[in-house]
Design a protein around this ligand. Sequence first.
Ligand SMILES: *[C@@H]1O[C@H](CO)[C@@H](O)[C@H](O)[C@H]1NC(C)=O
Ligand SMILES: *[C@@H]1O[C@H](CO)[C@@H](O)[C@H](O)[C@H]1NC(C)=O
Ligand SMILES: [Zn+2]
Length: 286
Amino acid sequence: MKAVSVILLYFAVAVVCSHDHFDSSPSCGYRAPDVAAIQAMAHRERHLQASTPSPRALFRCEACRGGSRFRTIDTYIHVIQMMNRTGHLPDAVLEESIQVTNELLLSTGFQLKVVSTKRITNDVWYLSESQSDEEMDMGHQLKQGGLDTLNIYYKAAIVDGDRVCGYANLADDAVYWPEDDGVVIDMRCATNKTILAHEFGHWMNLLHTFDGGCFPGDLVDDTNGQAMPMRYLSDECPDPLPDTCPDAGFDPLDNIMDYAPSGCGDIFTPGQVQRMQNAWRNIRRA
Ligand SMILES: *[C@@H]1O[C@H](CO)[C@@H](O)[C@H](O)[C@H]1NC(C)=O
Ligand SMILES: *[C@@H]1O[C@H](CO)[C@@H](O)[C@H](O)[C@H]1NC(C)=O
Ligand SMILES: [Zn+2]
């Protein structure tokens, strides 16, 4: 199953990551499904919706335990560092990252609750590539909880030889590879405002706003079509905004699931929130 999926996803990964060298433009290296795979996802999801009696309401502000308005997700942080302390991150950086991420997640109904933060010294794990045997060994030894538990690994994030800012697997894939389920953040991006919220979005089944191009797109109705990511070296939002798909409005550069810097805004749309909550109900908490 895994080998087949990796081959299926390879083309899209090559496109997404080919210009992701850290020094020029650090970015996300998650394995985006290709257009055929996204079309298959769309088909499956339409089927699932048709067989669900009535659309379920968003769960913010309702039915959450303990009087909380939010669904809290148990979160385990693993900081991998090298023998010479490369990769060491102070507690303050980790705490700030969770706090900033929880602010970005306010609109989603989810909040991260850190259960433990562990520091591990292991040069091989620190330098392990995405989906390598070494990284799987790390996951098998460190991972806590089931599909409803978030494991965050801080280390060097390397995908196909490129150093990236982070990556994660989709909830859909976690079903097949539960032992590898989690989010990896490169220690050099630990202070990036949006990276953890962005990878959490993938973990909750969100695609990039530009995955799937103009059609079928990202399987979310209220994000404008976007043919490709646009990256800016400055934090200023371009004016006018680019518009890379016909009849779809401006590219959603304010979206957390795009690569644009924070200057354009950092939002999830209601459609993305619904998709995340569906992933929680149908996959992660199921
Ligand atoms: C630690 O080791 C790595 C890999 O050999 C090296 O790239 C890095 O510069 C070293 N860091 C320090 C502080 O010596
Ligand atoms: C911060 O993370 C985002 C992903 O959310 C990425 O697109 C961006 O390039 C990163 N910026 C820096 C300066 O690392
Ligand atoms: Zn991404």
